[in-house]
Design a protein around this ligand. Structure first.
Ligand code: TPP
Length: 392
């Protein structure tokens, strides 16, 4: 698969070797304009930093045509519905989210012949250094798309070629009723100039890194702590690394379910999950199972910054969700919203360890240290260390 040669069909071979870096970067406005000119829209999906500029452009210029989804599978189903209503929908997703989308792509779009256009980013592209959680999916992305009968090719690197390939994609989708995917490598879309980020508002909002520090101090040394993907895990590792911490670097949204599994099978230990609002929304069903199984030793902390901060700060839509009410309705014994360090301490004193499950939604600023590093500990080492601690 090359940048300018379209794939020949649904069986086009996966790219096994290192791919060349994109020759040029497309401008995000140019990408959005080309898709719209070819009749594509609405757009829905979950962000990846590679497509952050495209999402920002959609949010600012075409807010009625961009819908934030909580989960990539949900986005595919929304797009399928939009197709039924006569539109040519586009789903924006990171390739890690292909896992969430496999079922609706195969058993909904394929079965009902509802063609949706995918813009899939290519984290972990072979030959391009990336984080461990992207290695396997990066290797199999083109092959996985092909295995699902989804014709795929790299996003072209000029506006003219993009317009041409969009016409070809539309013709293919009309002729076959099948989805089509453009795979978006690193650097394919130029970043937007960004003003230096500051803690928002009047500076009184808690920073997530501070809030993590408060929670860790209040839960104590013996607590087992499971941190969600993105900057939450990275901040925890940087500031508070210890054997009882597990950094769930991938599988966005699964940290609370991992914590549930630990809590049910290590009943003598307090288990704390540090979740994000985007991650909690991605797998909101986890709260139903936590509430039903009701492990008394589980504390679920959601750091709500209203954003997918780790991928560039796109909004999550969490302001529309009352997490505490959801948790209570699901069967959690305690749930509270807090905005300050004092509120956090008071809420935890009212939700004693052993009287859970409890939920604490901590409102934090959508900000993190721009110099925040990547996890130093290889994921298998982090898992083995945590497991040894959990079974000690
Ligand atoms: C299935 C999946 N989809 C998308 C991503 C890309 N991604 C990584 S972190 C992140 C944002 C997480 O948002 P949130 O839980 O609110 O935490 P924050 O980044 O705000 O700390 C996203 C979208 C991913 N890793 N996995």
């Amino acid at each position: 698969m090359t940048r300018t040669t379209p794939a020949n069909g649904p069986t086009n071979a996966p790219a096994n070797g290192p791919a060349a870096a994109p020759a040029k970067a497309l401008d995000a406005e140019e990408v959005v304009a080309a898709f719209r000119a070819a009749g594509f829209g609405p757009f829905t999906g979950v962000p990846c930093s590679y497509l952050g500029p495209v999402i920002s452009c959609l949010e600012s210029r075409h807010p009625d045509d961009y819908l934030i989804a909580a989960n990539e599978g949900e986005a595919v189903a929304i797009a399928a519905g939009a197709r039924l209503a006569g539109r040519r929908p586009v789903v924006i997703l990171q390739n890690s989210g292909l896992g969430n989308a496999v079922n609706p792509l195969t058993s909904l779009c394929h079965t009902l012949r509802l063609p949706v256009l995918l813009l899939v980013t290519w984290r972990g592209e072979p030959g391009t250094p990336d984080e461990p959680q992207h290695e396997l999916m990066g290797r199999i992305t083109p092959g996985l798309l092909s295995a699902m009968d989804i014709r795929n090719e790299l996003l072209p690197d000029t506006g003219e070629l993009l317009a041409e390939r969009l016409r070809a994609a539309a013709a293919h989708m009309d002729a076959t009723g099948l989805p089509f995917a453009f795979v978006v490598p690193k650097g394919a879309v130029a970043p937007l100039p960004r003003p230096p980020r500051q803690p928002s508002g009047d500076g009184s909002a808690l920073l997530r890194s501070e809030a993590i520090g408060h929670v860790m101090r209040l839960v104590g040394d013996r607590a087992l702590v499971v941190a969600t993907t993105g900057k939450t895990a990275r901040e925890l590792e940087r500031d508070q690394d210890r054997p009882g911490n597990l950094y769930v670097v991938g599988s966005m949204g699964c940290a609370s379910s991992v914590a549930l599994g630990v809590a049910l099978h290590a009943p003598s230990r307090q288990v704390v999950v540090l979740d994000g609002d985007g991650a909690a929304l991605m797998r909101l069903e986890a709260m139903a199972t936590i509430g039903r199984t009701a492990p008394p030793n589980l504390l679920h902390v959601v750091f709500d910054n209203g954003a997918y901060e780790s991928t560039g700060g796109q909004p999550t839509g969490s302001a529309h969700v009352d997490f505490a009410a959801v948790a209570t309705a699901c069967g959690y014994r305690h749930a509270a919203d807090v905005t300050t360090a004092e509120g956090l301490a008071q809420a935890l004193s009212r939700q004693p360890a052993g009287d859970g499950p409890s939920l604490l939604r901590v409102h934090v600023a959508p900000y993190s240290d721009p110099g925040l590093g990547r996890p130093a500990l290889p994921p298998p080492a982090s898992a083995a260390r945590f497991s040894a601690e959990a079974t000690a």
